[in-house]
Design a protein around this ligand. Structure first.
Ligand code: S3P
Length: 744
């Protein structure tokens, strides 16, 4: 390792520009280099660099500079690298390691072969993804590379020792090393850096030459400034880059030209839908990118930023408010809206990461979707046969519902698809959907044990089946119903216990016939979906945290507005009532085929119960919150018949029992449930540190436990709450829970 105790004795930097000088400045600032020698064609630059103590020595003879250097950094324009190598060839010491910083790697690799030979193993091709419109030695900044990517493209011939030394020298700058092949680097950079520079130069030049438009620069505002900033970059550097990476730049340019031509036609035809398609897709991608830059990508938040909740003891709840939209219904509104003919307007849509993952997926398959904007989404349906092959694999983040429902739909398309997700989703069982789909004729490959990614082969004719579900699962039921819309003959699914029936209700709302006969649901192909309006009720699964919170916190009284109370989802109300909760429903009505009500909850001393097994599927997502209620109850609560909880976003039995034990509760897990001894009216949770184990509902459950805790509870790693409940902390603290989010 390079360090202040084990310095690089001598570094030579050839070309005293922004990148080379910033790198040596960082090495010097960290006291990791003994001596720096510099060369530039420009004597002024060398003098300045020496005065500024960026280099210790310079010479008009480049060979003096590289003599005895341990590391030679070449930071000259790309097309000059071959010449520089030829000049210094005979002065490079036999152990010196060389590297460069250019934006193109293929032609530098060629220059190395040409001048130093095909076996030369001490040249490490590198490219820091950092820069500034400022250039030259005067702009040198030792922090330029901090947290920026440094791409190294080692070749087969590159020695491990050389790669290690160059990586170490970059790490000192605070840059993050990434390795990739030369070819991949040049392809990616052509698209993400070289093409935008070419366009910026071209646009400014076109406008500047426009005789009619003398005023253009006088009135040019933010848009022009933002788009063309990079046209101020060094012309020589960019001339060399476009020549050095000509083939890849031309490929990217051809693709862009074709798309621009299409957009021209769309504008000429005033085709509003296609315009919205292009712009909303681009906006979603750009917003996603902004979040990546801010380290909070919408489908990747769990790994990109660590957020802990600090929940302080005590508090009582009051107020009347609405929790975000139902997750299950939000997913389905996008799916069925996309498959419909016409334009579907959705309101109350959940802007959580899970439902946004579904939305993005359909955009990827060519559906024009406007929004979401304050819960409003407009879906321009493409009909049952209008989806297009997505350009990449579909990324579904944390969302099991997206992957399982989409499996049924994708199995029936005429294109191949790969579906993948985050670490939690990639551990969840998918054979429960893949097996019956295979028996309908689908071709599905998965990772071992039926885990994602799932690869689905398109163009397979499906045959209807008669399937008895081995477990109560609305996801599997819905998956098969969706496949059944395309399968020959009749598809019948029989469930062992009632599960949420949003798919059946919504299909009917879109005018598609669905036959429901007790536990039997049947669909046939050949129908069509007609666009409609969907009002997504507030999610009873999100409301559940507040129902439990208001029950356990003394002197609480809240009303949750417009909550979905579909009979297949009301297990939480039934179970809490059986435990003695004070829950009243009012304003009951039906919106778009789904019953809703306002729910008033006041504090009550709960008692332990044996949870009726028929309530388990009706409250399947609410058990983490129910476990908290059980801990506060008088007496013991016993849960059985809930083995499904072990394969949710986490093993929820284990996660809750572990956390409850940390907080001093007498709780044990069983194969299919748990036994929780409540501490009753006089008791409380201890404070402590509990893990969310990457599961949003575990995170929110332990947060509400603080209402009855005697010391603060720290819930670790809660960014996942954004999957189902954006704004949870704000809403919770607004109604009386003492919680705040802290970034680790
Ligand atoms: C869901 C069904 C349930 C539920 C999940 C959403 C749905 O899963 O746990 O959060 O929208 O269909 P299972 O059907 O697998 O029990």
């Amino acid at each position: 390792m390079i360090s202040s105790n084990s310095k690089l004795p001598k570094v030579a930097v050839l070309g005293l520009g922004l990148i080379g000088c910033s790198w040596v400045k960082a090495l010097k600032t960290a006291n990791c280099v003994g001596y720096v020698s510099g060369f530039d064609r420009n004597v002024d630059s060398m003098e300045y660099a020496q005065q500024a103590e960026l280099i210790d020595h310079y010479s008009l003879n480049i060979n003096d500079v590289v003599k005895n250097a341990d590391l030679i950094i070449i930071s000259v324009p790309i097309l000059a690298v071959a010449d520089v190598l030829a000049q210094i060839k005979d002065s490079i010491s036999s152990s010196a390691i060389l590297t460069d910083v250019g934006s193109v790697k293929g032609n530098i690799a060629k220059a190395v072969t040409q001048v130093l030979g095909a076996d030369f193993d001490r040249f490490v091709l590198g490219h820091p993804i950092a820069g500034s419109e400022r250039s030259g030695v005067t702009a040198a900044d030792e922090n330029l590379f901090k947290n920026h990517k440094i791409i190294l493209t080692p070749e087969k011939r590159t020695s491990a020792k050389a790669l290690d030394l160059v990586s170490d020298a970059w790490k000192i700058t605070g840059g993050k090393i990434e390795l990739m092949t030369v070819q991949h680097h040049d392809e990616i950079l052509a698209a993400t850096s070289h093409l935008p520079h070419l366009l910026a130069y071209s646009l400014v030049d076109t406008l500047a030459n426009d005789q009619e438009n003398n005023d253009i620069f006088n009135y040019a505002a933010g848009g022009f400034r933002d788009f063309t900033r990079i046209a101020s970059s060094s012309p020589i550097m960019w001339r060399d880059i476009f020549i050095g990476n000509k083939d890849e730049v031309l490929k990217a340019l051809d693709l862009f030209t074709a798309d621009l031509q299409k957009l021209r036609e769309i504008v000429a035809n005033e085709d509003k839908t296609q315009m919205m398609g292009t712009f909303t897709r681009a906006k979603a991608a750009r917003d996603h990118f902004t979040k990546i830059l801010a380290r909070r990508a919408y489908v990747d938040s769990m790994t990109s930023q660590i957020v802990n909740y600090v929940a302080k003891p005590g508090g009582k709840l009051s107020g009347e408010f609405r929790v975000p939209g139902d997750k299950s219904i939000s997913h389905r509104s996008i799916m069925l809206g996309s498959l419909a003919e016409g334009t579907t307007e959705v309101s109350g849509f959940l802007e959580g990461e899970d439902s946004l993952a579904t939305l993005q997926t359909f955009r990827d398959m060519g559906v024009v979707i406007e929004g979401p904007h304050r819960g409003r989404v407009t879906v321009h349906g493409v009909g049952l046969h209008g989806l297009k092959m997505p350009p990449n694999s579909l990324y579904l983040g944390n969302s099991g519902t997206s992957m399982r429902l989409l499996s049924g739909l994708m199995a029936a398309q005429n294109f191949d698809v790969e579906m993948t997700g985050d670490d939690s989703l990639n551990k969840r069982p998918m054979n429960r959907v893949a097996d019956p789909l295979r028996s309908m004729g689908a071709i599905i490959n998965s990772a071992p044990n039926g885990r994602p990614p799932l690869k689905i082969t398109g163009g397979q004719p499906l045959k209807g089946i008669h399937y008895e579900l081995p477990m109560a699962s609305a996801q599997v039921k819905s998956c098969l119903i969706l496949a059944g819309l395309y399968a020959e003959g009749e598809t019948t699914v029989i469930e062992p216990a009632p599960t949420r029936d949003h798919t059946e209700r919504m299909l009917k709302g879109f005018g598609y016939p669905v036959e429901v006969d007790g536990p039997k649901v049947t669909v046939r192909p050949g129908g069509k979906l007609t666009a409609t309006e969907i009002d997504v009720p507030a999610d009873i699964s999100s409301a559940a945290f507040f129902m439990v919170a208001a029950s356990i916190a003394k002197d609480s009284d809240i009303t949750l507005q417009h909550v979905g109370i579909n009979p297949t989802r009301v297990g939480i109300i039934n179970i809490l009532r059986a435990m003695g909760a004070n829950i009243e429903l009012s304003n009951e009505k039906e919106v778009g085929g789904e019953p809703v009500a306002d729910i008033r909850i006041r504090s009550a001393q709960l008692k332990g119960i044996q949870i009726p097994e028929d309530q388990v599927p009706l409250a399947i997502d609410e058990f983490p919150a129910i476990f908290i209620a059980a801990a506060c109850a008088e007496g013991t609560t016993v849960l059985t018949g809930a083995e499904e909880l072990r394969v949710k976003e986490s093993d929820r039995i284990q996660a809750m029992v572990d956390g409850l034990q940390i907080l001093g509760v007498d709780a044990v897990g069983t194969e299919d449930g748990a036994i929780i001894k409540g501490f009753g009216a006089q008791g409380s949770f201890n404070g402590g540190e509990v893990e969310s184990v990457d599961d949003h509902r575990i995170a929110m459950s332990f947060t509400i436990a603080s209402l009855r805790a005697n010391a603060p509870i720290l819930v670790k790693d809660c960014a996942n709450v954004a999957t189902s409940f954006p704004g949870f902390v704000e809403l919770a603290s607004g109604c009386g829970i003492n919680v705040s989010a802290e970034i680790e």
